[in-house]
Design a protein around this ligand. Structure first.
Ligand code: ZN
Length: 90
């Protein structure tokens, strides 16, 4: 519970996971439900992020002329690829 009342309606505010919520106007039930993250959701999200990054890295590699930078990009792509293969397949 925080000392400062809600600036909107003067309600009691609580801090939860780094965010401030008002007990009068914020729907607190959605916060507790939202805290349960499913493993599948994370894996799906991670796969999407890695694929996007891998795509960007490949595009950058195609136009890169500096050998040192090229080396960085190749090792980066290799890590992304490794990570992708570590993710559980559906
Ligand atoms: Zn409020």
């Amino acid at each position: 519970m925080l000392a400062e009342p809600c600036p909107k309606d003067g309600g009691i505010q609580v801090r939860y996971r780094g965010k401030v919520y008002c007990t009068s106007h914020d729907d607190l039930s959605s916060i507790t439900e939202g805290s349960a993250v499913s493993y599948d959701t994370v894996v799906t999200q991670m796969r999407e992020v890695i694929l996007r990054r891998l795509n960007e890295t490949t595009a950058a590699l195609a136009t890169e002329r500096d050998p040192a930078r090229e080396d960085q990009l190749v090792s980066l792509a290799s890590k992304y690829f490794e990570l992708l293969q570590k993710l559980p397949q559906k």
